[in-house]
Design a protein around this ligand. Structure first.
Ligand SMILES: CC(C)(COP(=O)(O)OP(=O)(O)OC[C@H]1O[C@@H](n2cnc3c(N)ncnc32)[C@H](O)[C@@H]1OP(=O)(O)O)[C@@H](O)C(=O)NCCC(=O)NCCS
Length: 149
C-alpha cells in the first residue's frame, strides 16, 4: 500500500536522505539548506514536494516539482516540471514511481497546468523507459554549456 502526500516539516530528515541519494554530488549541508528554504516558504524551486510512504509509513520515494515558463517540446508557458524523481532501490519496480507521477499530474492540474515535463541524463536508460511507460514522449536531447561572466 503506497500513499503519496506533500512533505511536511517533520519529514525534513527523510527528505534529506532521499534527496542526497538522488543528487549525491551536493553535500548534505547544501540539501539541508534547500529544505530549510522550502519550509520557510523562501524557495523558488521546488514549489511542491511529494513523498511516497509504504504501508508502514516509511518514506520510499519523492517527486520534486516546479512550474517552468519554458520546457523543451511544450507549447504552454506554464509547465508543471519534474525536477527530481526518486524511489529507494529496494522499493523499485512495484509502482511507487508510477504513484508519484500520478500525484505529480494531479498537482500540475491543480496549478492550472496543461503539460507535465521532465528530463533525464542521456545515459539513464531506466529513467527513459520509466518515463515512456508512464506516458511521456521523448521530445529531444540537449547539450548544456556554461561560460563564466
Ligand atoms: C525512475 C524511478 C523513479 C522509477 O521508479 P519505480 O518505482 O521503479 O517505478 P515503477 O515501478 O512505478 O514503474 C513505472 C514504469 O516504469 C517502468 N520501469 C521501471 N523500472 C524499469 C526498468 N528498470 N526498466 C524498464 N522499465 C522500467 C515500468 O515498466 C513501469 O511501467 P508499468 O507500470 O507499465 O510496468 C526509479 O527507477 C529511480 O528512482 N531511479 C533512480 C533515480 C532516477 O533515475 N530518477 C529519474 C531521474 S529523471
Amino acid at each position: 500500500m503506497i500513499t503519496v502526500r506533500p512533505a511536511k516539516p517533520r519529514d525534513a530528515a527523510a527528505w534529506l536522505q532521499l534527496r542526497h541519494a538522488l543528487w549525491p554530488e551536493d553535500s548534505a549541508a547544501e540539501h539541508r539548506e534547500g529544505i530549510d528554504r522550502f519550509f520557510a516558504g523562501a524557495a523558488r524551486e521546488p514549489l511542491a514536494v511529494l513523498l511516497a510512504e509504504d504501508g508502514a509509513g516509511c518514506p520510499v520515494g519523492l517527486v520534486e516539482l516546479s512550474i517552468r515558463a519554458y520546457a523543451d517540446g511544450c507549447s504552454s508557458d506554464r509547465v508543471a516540471y519534474v525536477e527530481g524523481w526518486f524511489v529507494v532501490p529496494q522499493a523499485r519496480g512495484h509502482g511507487v514511481g508510477r504513484a508519484l507521477i500520478a500525484a505529480a499530474e494531479e498537482w500540475g492540474r491543480s496549478q492550472g497546468c496543461r503539460e507535465l515535463a521532465s528530463d533525464a541524463e542521456p545515459d539513464n536508460a531506466v529513467s527513459a523507459a520509466a518515463h515512456r511507460a508512464l506516458g511521456f514522449s521523448e521530445v529531444g536531447l540537449v547539450r548544456c554549456f556554461r561560460k563564466e561572466l
